[in-house]
Design a protein around this ligand. Sequence first.
Ligand code: UDP
Length: 410
Amino acid sequence: MLQPVGVGHKSLADYTHLVGRPLIEEVQQLAVELKGLKVLHLSATAFGGGVSEILYTIIPLMRDVGIEAEWQVIIGREEFFNATKLMHNALQGHPLDLSPSEWRVYEDYNAMNAEQLSGDWDVIIAHDPQPALMRGLVPEKAKNWIWRCHIDLSTPHRPTIEHLIPALRDYDASVFHLEQYVPDGMDGAAVHIVPPAIDPLSPKNMALSPEDAAFVCDQFGIDVDRPLICQVSRFDPWKDPIGVIDAYRAVTAEMPEVQLALVGSMATDDPEGWQFFNSTLEHAQGDPDIKILNNLNNVGAIEVNAFQSQADVLIQKSTREGFGLTVSEALWKARPFIGGDVGGIPLQIEDGRTGYLVSSPEDCAERTLRILREPELGKQLGRAGKEHVRKHFLTPRLLRDWLGIFKGLK
Ligand code: UDP
C-alpha cells in the first residue's frame, strides 16, 4: 500500500470574496456531473517544492465539490531520488542522461510502486516524472491516466526525454504549464495547457499584518528598520541563489544598509539540496546581513509568508523555472518583484507593469536599486501584480480547469 497523505478540509465558498461569484458558480456547475468521481493523485513527496504545495490545496477543494480525491506518495529511497533528480535536471536541459543502471533503478522503483498501488480509480494523476512509468505497468488500475508535468520541458536533454516519451504518450491526457513545454513526439495524446495556482487562504498566503510580519522576521535576526530583499526557493542551482548574492553585493555597494534573506526548504526528494545549500553558505562568506534559512531553522509557511510580506523587494532569479509558485505568492502580497526571464515567470510578470524580468545579476541589482529608491514605483508594481494573480493564478481557477479536463475524459 502506498503512503496516503492527509490534507484537511477546505471550502470553495470561502474563496468567493477573493475571486468573485461567477467563477465559484462555474466550478459548482461543472462539478454537478462529476460527483463521486474517484481521483488519485500520485507524487514523489508530500513535503517541499511546488507539487505538494498545490496538492494540499487542490485535493481538499476537489473533495468539497464532491470529487472523491485522494493523494498517495510513492515509495523511494536515496538511489531512486538520486536517479530522478538527475532526470529532473536532464529534462530541464542539463546535458547528462541517466546511466543504464540509474534507468534500471528508476524502472525498478516504478515496478515496485505499481505493485503496491491498490484500488479501482476513475482517474489517476501521476505528477512529474517520478511515477510516470506506473501507468504502463498497471493500466487497469484506473479508467483514465493523466500525466501532470510541473517542470520546464522546453529544452530537454534529448536522450532523456526520448527515453520517457513512449510511456508519456500512452497516457489518456497530459497537462503542462505552458505550450512550449509540450515535448515533440506526444503525437495523438490529449494535451492540456493549465498553469498552477496558489491558495490565497493558506497560512503561506493569508493576509498578515505588517506588524506580525515584522515581529516574525525580527526573530530571525532581520533588522526590520532596514531594507530587506529576499528570495524564497529550494537550494537548487536553477534557482540561482548565488546570482542573488551577487546582485545583493552590487546593491550594497550603493546602499550598504540593505539586507538579504535566502529562505529555502529542503525537500526530502532532493539529495543535491544540502550540497548546494553549503556552496551558497560559502558564497555568502559569513556576511552577517545575509540570512540563509531553511525549514530546519523552523521556517514554515507562516515564516515564508512573513518574509514575503516584509521584504522591500522579492526576487526569484531562476535560470529555469517550471512555473514559480513563489512568483504568484510574492505578487499576492503586493510586493515589488524581480524575476528571471525564464519558464513560467513571464506568464506572471509583465515587465515594467507587474514586476521586472531580468537576465543577469547586474540587471537584478539595477532594478532592485530603482525600486528601493522609488517606493511609489514599488507600490504600483505590487498592486498591479496582485490583481494579475487574482485574475489568473488563484486555486479556484485551477480547480475549474481540472474539472474541465475530467469532464472531457471517457
Ligand atoms: N517554499 C517553502 N519554504 C521554503 C522554500 C520554498 O515553503 O523555504 C515553497 C514556496 O513558498 C513555494 C514552493 O515551496 O510554495 C516552491 O514552488 P515553486 O513553484 O516556486 O518551485 P519548485 O520548488 O516547485 O521548483
